[in-house]
Design a protein around this ligand. Structure first.
Ligand code: KG4
Ligand code: ZN
Length: 315
């Protein structure tokens, strides 16, 4: 079930609209999931319920957590409140067709770059549950920048997929947009200035309506390259500085083919294994939340009898 159409006319996610639609759509979806599970697997009962309880938009988190609490009580199984960002970090473990999940093989410490509509973080993962944030955005998230630039170019919402599509036919060297904070030695990134540069560029050209399709493709490609370079400068700095054993990518922006390529190139250069999430688990999904709960269970976490929401939690 998708809410994208409902939010499209507002150009972004409207929290209370999201909550209202979750309240309506979740119960039939959960019933269907349970039916499918019983029909398609040899299992008949659940050992636990997992739910995203942090961080995020409070009204939307509440609807999921409330329903999961009811399910856990009704089925008399423990509940695991899972951090959304942990889901993105571990989404690379999601099975692709024909593969099962292997929860056992990790190389610690590993660097996870999580890039979504709400977050941009560089996390050093020392062990399951042991996360060190090395750097993050000081303003807009990477996905948010894609969404805002797409809106300036009248390309609709969400912006990431359409920008990366248009960028395929554009010249990434056409416009030299800035790579913010790249000269600073810290590991933080910033995208707000880059977004403003695109805005000034459009003003200079007399507005988006004066641009040809090719010019729009060139702006998309040049902007996308600036975002990727900004991220990769800091990723490479981490790889130079820390004893990293593997490279991991996660979050909605991980669907971007050019970012995936850039990460693969870095991994190759530093001779590290690269873990990319399968395309069905880059954007927000329930599978990655279940995977983190499974890892927690494997780590002797027995879960809870109910969970609370924590909208402003970190990693
Ligand atoms: O992780 P996610 O599904 O939701 C949040 O947790 O925010 O990420 C959504 C973000 C959106 O900003 C969307 O524009 C971006 O991921 N996105 C992309 C691509 N596909 C989705 N950004 C760049 N390139 C893409 N192909
Ligand atoms: Zn997300």
């Amino acid at each position: 079930s998708s809410q994208i159409k409902a939010h499209q006319e507002y150009g972004g996610v409207v929290p209370f609209l999201a909550a209202r639609l979750h309240t309506k759509k979740l119960p039939p979806l959960v019933i269907k999931a349970i039916q499918d599970f019983r029909e398609q697997t040899s299992y008949h009962s659940f050992s636990a319920i997992a739910v995203t309880n942090e961080p995020g938009l409070e009204p939307a988190l509440y609807t999921g957590v409330n329903q999961a609490n009811v399910l856990s009580t009704a089925l008399d199984v423990p509940i695991y409140g899972i951090n959304h960002l942990h889901g993105h970090i571990w989404s690379y473990l999601a099975p692709t067709e024909g593969n099962t999940i292997s929860l056992d093989e990790h190389r610690y410490p590993f660097l996870a770059l999580v890039v979504s509509g709400g977050h941009t973080i560089l996390v050093l993962v020392h062990a399951f549950g042991n996360y060190e944030v090395l750097g993050q955005t000081i303003d807009d998230a990477a996905g948010e920048a894609f969404d805002k630039v797409a809106s300036m170019l009248n390309l609709g919402y969400p912006g990431g997929p359409v920008i990366s599509q248009r960028a395929q036919d554009g010249n990434s060297e056409a416009i030299n947009f800035p790579r913010p904070l790249s000269k600073q030695p810290n590991l933080n990134v910033s995208f707000s200035g880059l977004k403003t540069s695109v805005l000034y560029y459009l003003k200079e050209k007399g507005g988006v309506y004066h641009l040809s399709e090719q010019e729009i493709n060139d702006i998309a490609a040049s902007f996308q390259q600036a975002v990727i370079d900004t991220l990769m400068i800091k990723v490479n700095r981490v790889l130079n500085k820390y004893d990293v054993q593997q490279l991991v990518l996660g979050g909605g922006v991980a669907a971007n083919p050019e970012l995936r390529k850039a990460m693969e190139q870095s991994a190759k250069k530093y001779r590290l294994p690269m873990q990319l999430p399968a395309s069905h688990v880059t954007g927000d999904n329930a599978l990655m939340i279940g995977i983190v709960a499974a890892l927690a269970k494997q780590n002797a976490d027995k879960g809870d009898t109910y969970v609370r929401v924590n909208p402003s939690a970190g990693v």
